[in-house]
Design a protein around this ligand. Structure first.
Ligand code: PEP
Ligand code: MG
Length: 542
């Protein structure tokens, strides 16, 4: 048995086979092969397997995100049949007598460079797809345990690090737990693990090697422990903890259907944070009163090109319809920093967390912003949609946003397209927004405090920096004072104030938040019942 200890991202016990999420090695070795015919056969077999994977991915994506969003996998499948692509690979293997990995990598690099130089924007965007397809084939050829995204059986995923876009593409049904060597507990990958209800640990210093694949592992998300080939005593101890946790979860079921009300009669809204349509099941299972934060950028991260207005409309409409009149707060695109989509072509920045991200991109790329707003306002006719804008630092930004939103609404109305009554609010996640919350409040319908970024910017600690996890302290007096100030300023202007950062789920602070007058807590679905149970035991009279 081997034991490693990392930092816990999300609690729970997972027991199962280990699988590696290998990233494709960009330094592909060029090896001589004597038998180029056999090498071409090896390539053809890998291509067949890639086609199979893409078909599976397509089927799954159709179920999770609908046909329009899944279409990208069909595009990739077509690329596998592209004659330029195939001829080039065959030629390189035959003429240079080299390995298939090298031929595919070279072809991928060459063709994507050609596409990247094209004038037509659509063609330029295909450059990333060519790379993706090539990496999939190389992954299969080099016999990595997974192709990056397709898992054959439920597994504990071990990786060097995971980006949010890699995480959203994993088949949640088959991920028992995450273990990564790098990564911070405040990253978006960590947030995704919580939303997916998956035990996760980061900062585990283990050597990633194929030798651990298929071995039995145990992840203890409560303590940050990771065991490989556990001995019988550890295995049965962990099985017992797992059972106890299940029992605790079952006990929590008794608060299902009950109100979020304190012993003295104070009511609070308990909403869920989601990133995808597939999270809706968990919203219902955990009895959330609405959606307090739909991180819409995950729709963008799942794709290799901009989601169209129609694609987005279908997703927002589906969420609104499914929630059947309950509030659905959709946050506009918050891309940048750790959430990168290659097709945005963003320049490398020294300080991405303080850089070109979120509303700054939207107010610069008005076309991208308007496409999303049109989809949102159109979908608002099908339910109770509210729109929330991230990373606000000034009243001028809010004025500009409102002007653009009004333009979009006018355009839709004059085209006879029905729209609903949409609340528009902002995230308070920068110290600047806190300090001018009295000036911002009269301009919006609600505030939602993003404690993840608010902690990062207030304490000057990059939330991605795992070295600083120990001093990233959202309980800092500065943060708690800021939350209180925002609630007071919001209430003075007659608007409601919620918390949608991870701190909202911290039951050691629930009573304090309620005493401050926080009106809504929006948390990852698995925390809802725990919080409801806590709220129902609080008495604010004393
Ligand atoms: C936050 O910053 O607290 C927040 C909710 O947004 P995100 O974590 O997606 O940046
Ligand atoms: Mg944020």
């Amino acid at each position: 048995m081997k034991k490693y200890v990392g930092k816990s991202v999300y609690s729970g016990i997972a027991i199962g086979k280990i699988n590696l999420l290998n990233k494709v090695d960009h330094e592909i070795k060029r090896n001589h092969v004597d038998d180029s015919v056999a090498e071409i056969k090896r390539f053809e077999a890998a291509k067949l397997e890639a086609t199979k994977q893409l078909q599976e991915l397509y089927q799954r994506a159709v179920k999770e995100v609908g046909e329009a969003n899944a279409a990208i996998f069909e595009v990739h499948e077509l690329m596998l049949e592209d004659l330029d692509f195939l001829d080039s690979i065959h030629n390189i293997i035959e003429n240079q007598k080299v390995n298939a990995e090298y031929a595919v990598a070279t072809t991928g690099d060459n063709l994507s460079a050609v596409f990247a130089m094209m004038e037509d924007e659509y063609m330029r965007e295909r450059a990333a797809d060519i790379k993706d397809v090539s990496e999939r084939i190389i992954g299969i050829l080099s016999n990595k345990a997974t192709d990056g995204f397709v898992l054959k059986e439920p597994s504990i995923i071990v990786a060097d690090d995971l980006t949010p876009s890699e995480t959203v593409q994993l088949d949640k049904e088959k991920v028992l737990a995450f273990v990564t060597v790098h990564g911070s507990i405040h990253s978006h990958t960590a947030i995704l693990a919580r939303m997916m209800n998956i035990p996760a640990i980061v900062g585990v210093s283990l050597e990633i090697s194929d030798a651990i694949v298929a071995k039995i592992g145990i992840v203890n998300g409560n303590t940050g422990e990771f065991f490989i080939e556990p001995d019988d005593t550890t295995l049965s101890a962990m099985e017992k903890v797992k059972e106890e946790e299940l029992h605790k979860k079952e006990l929590l079921q008794k608060v299902k259907g009950k109100e979020n009300i304190t012993l003295d009669g104070t009511k609070v809204n308990l909403f869920a944070n989601i990133g995808n349509l597939s999270d809706l099941a968990s919203v219902f299972q955990n009895d959330a009163g609405g959606i307090g934060l739909f991180r819409s950028e995950f729709l963008y991260l799942e794709k290799t090109t901009y989601p169209t207005e129609e694609e987005q409309f279908m997703v927002y409409k589906k969420v609104a319809e499914t929630m059947a009149g309950k509030k659905v707060i959709i946050r506009t695109l918050d891309i940048g920093a750790d959430k990168q989509a290659s097709y945005f072509d963003m320049e490398k920045e020294e300080n991405p967390a303080m850089g070109y991200r979120a509303i700054r991109i939207c107010l610069d790329r008005i076309d991208v912003f308007k496409t999303q707003l049109r989809a949102l306002f159109r979908a608002s006719a099908f339910g109770n949609i509210a729109i929330m804008y991230p990373m606000i630092i000034s009243t001028e930004e809010v004025d500009q946003i409102k002007e653009i939103a009004d333009e979009v609404k006018t355009e839709l109305i004059s085209a006879n397209i029905k729209i609903g009554a949409v609340e528009q609010g902002i995230m308070i996640e920068t110290p600047a927004a806190v300090m001018i919350s009295d000036l911002l409040a009269p301009k919006v319908d609600f505030f939602s405090i993003g404690t993840n970024d608010l902690t990062q910017y207030t304490l000057a600690i990059d939330r991605q920096n795992q070295k600083l996890d120990n001093i990233y302290n959202p309980h800092h007096t500065a943060i708690l004072r800021m939350i209180k100030m925002v609630v007071e300023n919001g209430h003075k202007a007659g608007i409601w104030v919620g918390i949608c950062g991870e701190l909202g789920a911290d039951i050691t602070l629930t009573e304090e938040f309620l005493r401050m007058g926080v009106d809504e807590l929006s948390v990852a679905p698995p925390y809802i019942l725990l919080l409801r149970d806590k709220i129902r035991k609080v008495n604010l009279k004393f």
